[in-house]
Design a protein around this ligand. Sequence first.
Ligand code: PMP
Length: 405
Amino acid sequence: MTLNVAQIRDQFPILKRQVNGQPLVYLDNAATTQKPQAVIDALVDYYTQCNSNVHRGAHYLSDEATKRYEAARKTVAAYINAGRSEEVIWTSGTTEGINLVANGVAQRLKAGDEVLVTEMEHHADLVTWQQACKRSGATLKVVPIHDSGELNVDAFHQLLSDKTAFVAMPHVSNALGTINPIKELTAAAKAKGALVLIDGAQGVAHGAIDVQDIGCDFYAFSGHKLFGPTGIGVLWGRYDVLAEWPVWLVGGEMIATVSYQDATWGELPNRLEAGTPNIAGVIGLAAAITWLQGLNAKDIWAHEQALLKRATELAEQTQGLRIIGTAPNKIGVLSFVIEGIHPADIGFILDKQGVAIRTGDHCAQPLMKRLGVPGTARASFSIYNTMDDVEALFKAINKAQMMLA
Ligand code: PMP
């Protein structure tokens, strides 16, 4: 089977837009994906038919909102193969999920402990662990990458030791597209007794995720990169770990009992979810996942790989263009620099032609430094992109070269 891209595109109203007088060619999917009508409808339906606070009201709408909200937790749990739906904690996004974990880890780390991250880390993962180490006196160790953008797996194994208390790594690099062998690396880290967090921001939208198969302790991702709304994300954590995790935000919803002098905490998942949650976001995310489950994961993968392959061929034929990130195992991300042209100028000229990409350091400043580039231009593909989009990208790049080089 192949993906029916025309039918998929029809479900994304924004793709019918023009920008700068040109049909939109949206190639900034690693930053955020567009939303299908099913997600937009779910949000509108929630606000027009069901809006109410959850877990609180003694009335019909509150009951209905709570049912939809908790059903969404089950949808997410099934999508990532969580053992129990209470392991799904709602967050505002990957960043908050990682911070939630770091809040707990930092309280347990001590001088002499080591935390492992990688050279390809997004700031959300890097800065959080760097600061957790600073607070606790633990040492941050950075696993190097090869020039291709692949993780140096041998170095990973060498850096792992009995001192390793925690390992955080991306499933997929947002800047380069590299897919890391997280299952193998997680197994090695667990064998040393470390806890493992996978930054899944770029991992979730490109294939089925099975957190139990990966074997990690935590997996964090954002709804907005998975065709869902912004402001909603998921931290999945193993029940036995989360159940004794230090509380994070305190306030309503997460308590069991409160006196003026003290409080006791509720059960999972509530104990890690203080305050009124992003109910519409949760429902929108579940709608996105349900919609995505209507497509065949293998077809999605094959389609994105075909786009990447064609884009890579055209990139290799483009004089002066250098691909940044040439790992054999990549999602549909093409990061590149062009001799003599600043990435920001490439982005500007592409935008004038309706082609939306991202330029800059991709929230990975140390990685850019490591690779010796000021930043890159990054085209990232999704299920609704076509071969015509790839051709449009390179037509626009050629124009940029004619204008600027
Ligand atoms: N990690 C990676 C690998 C990412 O790509 C991103 C988003 N660019 C994040 C973390 C942070 O995600 P969010 O901004 O949605 O919290």
